[in-house]
Design a protein around this ligand. Structure first.
Ligand code: UD1
Ligand code: MG
Length: 448
């Protein structure tokens, strides 16, 4: 089967009016990825040789997302929304070039897994002309019903066209369909629009194929795989299903999630072995975590790479461009951004480290702030290996703290500090012996 070429046609012309959004439906995100990206990722994993994406008129944003994910994807525009078969035929040029197998998918059915696509495609290798993916929803109303005799698929009846008897069938059409490349175009071209909706139904391919004596098959899939997204509520439901998959995969890969249902992962989150994630942690896009890392409760990470043995939080925020080398410790209420922190360095309390390079084993005291922005541009702070920055210091960038240097507590550092030097930048303390006692005595003296 791996020998067979596969053309994937993704229908992404959905309008998303029920999303109440300026954004086209298929660009809404699940676990940090657009729905369209999810579908394309599954088709890639299932071995797509060529990809065609059908978009609505003027949807350059959808086309751009498709080609960002699959650079050689062909984009076709369906100028009028006349039904699913009509939408597939918008990709006629791709179909004409031929493929052994054709898979039709919906971009608003983002949870489909590669193994389900392989299952759907398998009957084609065995000679079927059409295979439809069925599932058993709690409530089948609204879905096309799969009319079967034994293993054979006899017809797909749309809800609006179904008789009372047909409506009683629970086995429903998920919408995803596999077509033999040899027959796909001929079948699609024969589909008419004489039905309750006046649309060209892709599902009619089944009866047309059977009339020609071709084999048609229904394949049973899982309801989670075919959950369609038409509203923000369904988007949240799909997110929940996908988060559960990600958490299970993270745990199977050797991470301990103390309270899995409180950890939110991204589709691209990478966790090493023996990582511990405490409750209430959010992973944004682009996070890679090495082995033996501990992420304490209430952390938020995005675009960050953590090498092995790092510990962060509780309450740490790692922003994009953060790189923490082996054994780095980031403590509570610390924010990092575009910060490369070398092995063994510590930033344990209440700090902001942005646009910075921190050398190995440096220690940044509580409340160390890199002042990286003057309202117009960003500037870099460089802190040398083994440097020690005292508590509550403001490092006004651009500035360099030399290797092994000390910065005294409460400093405002505006000039470079040489290696192994001590920088003090605060006013000298004044002590007035007995002043407080005299002050109190003066105030407590009876009036008059
Ligand atoms: C379709 C199926 C139905 C199935 C259901 C599963 C048909 C005729 N019916 O019905 O059997 O149970 O999906 O959810 O195929 N689209 C276009 N252009 C069009 C029409 C649709 O791109 O002209 C896209 C939509 O954006 C959507 C998908 O095709 O992603 C399905 O279209 P939709 O109108 O939702 O079909 P349903 O009536 O739900
Ligand atoms: Mg639909």
């Amino acid at each position: 089967m791996t020998e067979r070429s596969l053309l994937v046609v993704v229908l992404a012309a959905g309008e998303g009016t029920r999303m109440a959004s300026r954004l086209p439906k298929v660009l809404h995100r699940i676990a940090g990825r657009t729905m369209l990206h999810h579908v394309l990722e599954a088709t890639r994993a299932a071995g797509a040789t060529r990809t065609a994406v059908v978009v609505g008129p003027g949807r350059d944003d959808v086309a751009a997302e498709a080609q960002r994910v699959v650079p050689d994807a062909e984009v076709f525009v369906q100028t009028e929304r006349l039904g699913t078969a009509h939408a597939v035929l918008a990709a006629r040029a791709a179909l004409e070039r031929g493929a052994d197998d054709v898979l039709v998918l919906y971009a608003d059915t983002p949870l489909v897994r590669p193994q389900t696509l392989s299952l759907l495609r398998a009957p084609l290798a065995a000679g079927a002309a059409v295979a439809a993916l069925g599932f058993l929803p709690e409530d089948p109303s609204g879905y096309g019903r799969l009319i079967t005799v034994g293993d054979e698929l006899v017809a797909i009846r749309e809800d609006k066209d179904a008789t009372a008897q047909e409506k009683a069938i629970r086995f429903s059409n998920a919408g995803l369909m596999a077509l033999s490349g040899a027959h796909a175009l001929a079948l699609l071209e024969r589909i008419g629009n004489f039905n309750a909706k006046g649309e060209y139904y892709l599902t009619d391919a089944v009866e047309i194929a059977r009339a020609q004596g071709l084999a048609t098959v229904a394949v049973l899939g899982e309801a989670d795989d075919v959950a369609g997204v038409n509203s923000r509520i369904q988007l949240a439901e799909a997110e929940a299903i996908f988060q559960r998959r990600l958490r299970l995969a993270a745990m199977a890969g050797g991470a301990t999630l103390v309270a899995p249902e409180t950890v939110f992962l991204c589709a691209d989150t990478v966790l090493g072995r023996d990582v511990t994630v405490e409750p209430h942690v959010v992973f944004g896009p682009g996070v890679r975590v090495g082995d033996d890392v501990v992420i304490h409760a209430f952390c938020h990470l995005e675009g960050a790479t953590l090498d092995s043995g790092v510990s962060i939080g509780p309450y740490a925020r790692l922003r994009p461009g953060t790189r923490l080398e082996t054994g780095v410790r980031i403590g509570n209420f610390v924010e990092t951004k575009a910060a490369h922190i070398e092995a063994g360095a510590k930033v344990n309390h209440l700090s902001y480290v942005g646009d910075a390079h921190v050398g190995a084993n440096a220690n940044l005291g509580a409340g160390t702030i890199t002042c990286n922005y003057d309202g117009f541009a960003k500037y870099r702070t460089v802190i040398g290996e083994g440097a020690f920055v005292g508590v509550n210091s403001a490092l006004v960038a651009p500035v360099t703290i030399g290797k092994g240097a000390f910065v005294g507590t409460g400093a405002v550092i505006t000039a470079d500090v040489p290696d192994d030097a001590l920088a003090l930048a605060r006013s000298r303390q004044v002590v007035k012996e007995g002043w407080a006692r005299a002050f109190r005595a003066a105030r407590e003296k009876p009036k008059g």
